[in-house]
Ligand binder design. Structure first.
Ligand SMILES: C[S@@+](CC[C@H](N)C(=O)[O-])C[C@H]1O[C@@H](n2cnc3c(N)ncnc32)[C@H](O)[C@@H]1O
Length: 255
């Protein structure tokens, strides 16, 4: 059984994720990818991951905790890979299917609905810091990957699991703990970079995110669920800006 998702996280990853699909329907398809990349990976970060994973047309890519499908859609468009989104939040999966026509399955990262040794690449972007049992999620990624298959990670790390001001539900691993967890799950690390070492998202990408945010604010600004989800995002944004939490991209292969 996947860990229960704390209520505020559910608001951010399910309720608001579903509303995002409606905002994109109003603003146009070119807003879908920026709005649906909710793990803070920019195009440069996704390009870095896709290149390290060697994604090619037709490669099956399991995007675990794939949310509303932005990274998966970006990978499909830029590499021709064939992604499937797996996420415990039903509204997020519906949004991924509606916005991008992606196969999206409701499920937890510790019990993937995929056969053993069946996928070429697995992504797990902004997910490890939201789950308690990180070892179980990595073990399950290892199970579904073919030997030599690629794991792409975006992990938010910190010196302690819950620094002051942490969003509800987040448990940040230390950087060294991520390395140890990967090795214990049977992965060999091949590359790692801080998000801050890569170029920021282009202005047009950020403007589209801002427009989607404006529509959400217009339609749901008075809704306490929206305020709670915004507070979650604000908190992690502040910790990243202060250098307390750092986003890191990693590539590893299944031994
Ligand atoms: C910060 S969001 C990132 C979404 C997406 N990967 C992206 O980069 O846009 C974290 C995601 O992890 C999902 N999640 C939470 N608990 C999970 C679990 N036990 N297994 C898999 N995914 C989980 C949430 O539903 C949410 O979609």
């Amino acid at each position: 059984m996947a860990d229960p998702v704390p209520e505020r996280m559910e608001l951010e990853f399910d309720t608001v994720a579903g509303w995002t699909g409606h905002a994109v329907a109003e603003l146009g398809d070119d807003h879908a990818e920026p709005a649906a990349c909710r793990g803070s990976a920019s195009p440069a970060g996704l390009d870095w991951l896709a290149a390290r994973c060697g994604l090619r047309p037709g490669d099956l890519l399991a995007d675990v905790g794939g949310g509303t499908g932005g990274p998966a859609a970006y990978a499909r468009r830029t590499t021709g890979a064939a992604p499937v989104v797996i996420d415990p939040m039903p509204a997020a999966c519906r949004a991924a299917a509606t916005m991008f026509g992606l196969p999206a399955v409701v499920g937890g990262g510790d019990a993937l609905p995929l056969a053993t040794a069946s996928v070429r690449a697995c992504w797990n972007l902004g997910v490890l810091c939201t789950v308690r049992d990180k070892a179980a999620v990595l073990a399950e990624a290892h199970r579904v990957l073919r030997p030599g298959g690629s794991l792409g990670l975006l992990v938010f790390v910190a010196d302690r699991p819950r620094p002051p001001g942490a969003p509800d539900g987040n448990l940040f691993p230390a950087r060294t703990a991520v390395h140890e967890l990967l090795a214990a799950a049977g992965f060999a690390r091949t590359a790692e970079v801080a998000l801050t070492e890569l170029p920021p998202a282009p202005a047009a990408w950020r403007q589209r995110i801002d427009r989607v945010e404006s529509v959400l604010d217009r339609d749901h600004g008075d809704d306490p669920r929206f305020a709670a989800a915004q507070e979650q995002s604000r908190r992690i944004g502040a910790l990243i800006a202060d250098g307390v939490v750092e986003g890191r991209l990693l590539h590893a292969t299944a031994r």
